[in-house]
Design a protein around this ligand. Structure first.
Ligand code: SF4
Ligand code: SF4
Length: 403
């Protein structure tokens, strides 16, 4: 593709206005976790926006109309692509943005444009489409083993039910205590729920979407939506914030219609069950907990209260907060598939939260996202035995131990 090809094809009219609106005030820089650990200004939001505006001006600006498109240095494009992929897409910059740029949506669209130009994705992200096509998951793990290591034997799964449970790839293959906790809590609530078969439940599409690789998405989404609809599902529950985000925001356009069921994060469903007396907590804990808001749960779909309402109900639990929490939370470092390529950044970012939790005296760092679980768990391994004093736990893993 010639470098003078339009840069605006991937953007909506609203996003073009957003790009123009950046005032280079720098407010977002205070909240960017990648800035925090790298201090590399070339990957900052205003710098990426400035460069992209320059690409547009060069190829589609007024001057280009009279004199033809200007030349864009290939090296500059490559550096830009790296900056766009080094971002964790956490959206903290958008949350802080003084002019309201919705960056959690803007960055994936810029990545899509980089893919179109052959400048992205990076490293093992390139293998994601082939892995999803062959195995149904981005890790290339056997489809038949999706549930085998964690789904409790004897748990009753209905063939058809109004309630559906989607485990998701990262939970099923990389954060099993989390998905085991989910189904144990669902089993305790007692409402019949259905799941797809191991070979039938496939990637929600988020790893493809977030790396800008869109080819498989429509087929994947249609197959999953139709499979749940055939089983009579009216509410689909899932614990992975990225899946919930993908399903709520992006499944409808890829499906081409309103979904025939509603999407709920597991904490929404469980908090309602506790409120309605369908689930009771019988045990307790004397531990001090600190809850980490996953970016795609807090900033993505606005769920911050339900996890806290669950934790506050656990007798004896002392709940602390990070300095930045709720919609202002700091990324765990794993977001946007950046963990697959920019491993050192991801570990360094995860350590910021672990260190804060330790300083505050928490015994348990409570997570609610399989990518956080996997990456923060990996970052914990870097601490010496006597330095740890804190363990990670998924919110449903914790709850399943006290019901
Ligand atoms: S989305 Fe997160 S990582 Fe990316 S630029 Fe914004 S604050 Fe930084
Ligand atoms: S806060 Fe918004 S307007 Fe200010 S520099 Fe960042 S992206 Fe631009």
């Amino acid at each position: 593709m010639p470098e003078s090809e339009s840069f605006t094809r991937c953007l909506s009219a609203g996003q073009l206005v957003e790009l123009d609106a950046c005032a280079r005030c720098g407010e977002c820089l205070k909240y960017c976790p990648v800035q925090e650990v790298t201090s590399d200004k070339s990957i900052s939001p205003p710098e990426k926006i400035r460069l992209f505006r320059e690409f547009i001006a060069n190829t589609e600006g007024l001057k280009s109309k009279f004199f033809g498109p200007g030349k864009i240095d290939r090296r500059l494009l490559e550096d830009f692509a790296k900056a766009v992929y080094e971002c964790t897409t956490c959206g903290a910059c958008g949350q802080a943005c003084t002019v309201g740029i919705f960056t959690q949506r803007l960055w994936p669209m810029l990545r899509r444009e980089m893919v179109r130009r052959g400048l992205g994705p990076f490293g093992s992200q390139r293998e994601t489409p082939a892995a999803v096509e062959k195995t149904g998951n981005p890790y290339g793990k056997p489809a038949g083993e999706r549930f085998s290591s964690w789904l409790p034997a004897g748990l009753k799964i209905a063939g058809r039910a109004k309630l559906g449970y989607y485990a998701g790839c990262t939970g099923a293959y990389e954060a099993q205590p989390m998905v085991r906790g989910d189904v144990e809590v669902l089993g305790k609530i007692g409402e019949p729920f259905t799941m797809l078969d191991a070979e039938e439940e496939a990637c929600c599409g988020f790893p493809l979407f977030i790396t800008g690789q869109f080819e498989l998405l429509e087929g994947l989404v249609k197959r999953l939506v139709d499979a749940y609809a055939r089983r009579g599902v009216e509410t689909l529950v899932c614990s992975c914030p990225c899946c919930v985000n993908m399903m709520s925001r992006d499944w409808p356009p890829f499906y081409g219609a309103k979904l025939p069921f509603r999407i709920r994060h597991i904490t929404q469903y469980v908090a309602a069950a506790l409120d309605g007396g369908r689930l009771r907590i019988s045990g307790g804990t004397g531990e001090t907990l600190i809850y980490h808001d996953p970016c795609y749960l807090s900033r993505g779909v606005g769920i911050t209260e339900e996890p806290r309402s669950i934790l506050r109900r656990i007798p004896g639990a002392n709940l602390l907060e990070f300095d930045r929490h709720g919609a202002q939370s700091r990324c765990c470092g794993a977001g946007g598939a950046a963990r697959k390529v920019f491993h050192d950044n991801a570990i360094a970012i995860a350590r910021l939260s672990i260190d804060e939790a330790r300083r505050k005296g928490a015994h348990r760092l409570v997570l609610s996202c399989p990518a956080c679980y996997s990456k923060v768990g990996e970052a914990m391994a870097g601490y010496g035995e006597n330095e740890r004093h804190i363990r990670i736990v998924d919110i449903m893993e914790l709850l399943s131990g006290v019901i």
